[in-house]
Design a protein around this ligand. Structure first.
Ligand SMILES: Nc1ncnc2c1ncn2[C@@H]1O[C@H](COP(=O)(O)OP(=O)(O)OP(=O)(O)O)[C@@H](O)[C@H]1O
Length: 306
């Protein structure tokens, strides 16, 4: 089991601006534990790609610190970067060459054996199309080939910028399965950015939400679920709503009079049975008692829109 406290990526008060103008990133404190699949979420222009370029030392921070594998990135020796596989937006590929040749060229530059080339093509399920020209690949196949390139050096950390962008639902599922496999069976820590929670919700263990260069939330999916739960209400309608309000308030329920119905702040599933019991015991006719759950997507959007 990975050491839960070990952070593979950590930034402290990271800031950046392209010119002397407005800050693109302000006080970013990323914490990505070993073994996590970290979903880096935010709308277009939030600053995800800029953050990723900073993590890969492709841009220099305006302020703050970046640690990868526990060491400041600016002190990393060149070989430390072979522990990181990255795919920023669409991969740069030679369209007139085969998938195999694309990977083989990079392997040659990095002094990597042919057996590893065959292995990564197998991991991304391109073995049977390895000798096809890349110009005939679908977008999903090209993304998988880009992943094969990122995997060549057997990285411990994968950083993927919107790898599902432009893919159809099947392509999205394929990438998701592939990343789950890499995390589960190879112990790779993964940072994956997206502007859609729905695309990565089933994949990630942790979430960071970025908007306009600021982190709005960071934590486990469970923590985001708890916030979602806090926004859910139980809607109640009876033949005597004012009496029902008093009974529920007397029993420590957080009650609010809605437009027509009573709304009770949702705590847990046992609460529904408790409320139904209290109202029935008081002889009220219950017309409606229904849990209205806020979705994870709504919770994400509420962060962005606030
Ligand atoms: N080279 C550049 N020069 C000046 N401003 C830039 C440059 N690259 C990005 N920006 C600006 O920085 C901000 C953050 O952009 P960034 O590409 O990091 O966002 P993003 O979250 O990755 O968005 P997207 O999902 O659209 O790629 C945006 O306002 C963008 O216009």
């Amino acid at each position: 089991m990975p050491d839960k406290d070990e952070l593979i990526i950590e930034t402290q008060h990271l800031s950046f601006s392209f010119s002397k103008g407005k800050a693109v990133l302000e006080d970013i404190n990323l914490q990505i534990p070993k073994g996590a699949i970290y979903g880096f979420l935010g709308p277009n222009g939030a600053g995800k790609t800029t953050t990723i370029r900073l993590l890969l030392n492709l841009l220099k921070p305006g302020g703050g610190q970046i640690k990868v594998f526990g060491e400041p990135i600016k002190d990393h020796p060149i070989h430390a970067f072979s522990r990181i596989g990255a795919l920023i937006e669409t991969p740069s590929l030679y369209e007139h060459l085969t998938g195999f040749d694309n990977v083989w060229i990079t392997a040659g530059i990095c002094n990597i054996q042919k057996s590893r080339v065959l292995e990564v093509l197998d991991i991304v399920q391109l073995s049977s199309n390895a000798h096809m020209h890349v110009r005939n690949y679908s977008l999903g196949m090209k993304q998988r080939l880009g992943l094969a390139l990122a995997l060549l050096s057997s990285p411990d950390l994968l950083i993927l910028d919107e790898p599902t962008n432009g893919l159809d639902p099947n392509g999205i599922i394929e990438i998701r399965e592939l990343l789950l496999h890499l995390s589960r069976d190879h112990g790779v820590t993964i940072l994956v950015s997206s502007h859609l929670l729905s695309e990565i919700e089933k994949l990630v263990s942790h979430i960071g939400i970025l908007n306009l260069g600021k982190m709005l939330f960071q934590g486990s999916v469970k923590q985001l679920q708890e916030i979602r739960q806090g926004k859910s209400v139980i809607e109640i309608d009876t033949d005597q709503n004012s009496v029902a309000m008093k009974i529920l308030t007397d029993h420590q329920q957080e009650v609010k009079q809605g437009a027509v119905l009573i709304e009770v702040k949702y705590r847990d599933k046992y609460q529904l049975a408790e409320i139904a019991g209290l109202l029935a015991k008081a002889g009220l006719a219950i017309y409606r008692i229904q849990l209205i759950e806020s979705s994870l997507e709504e919770t994400f959007l509420s962060f962005i829109n606030n």
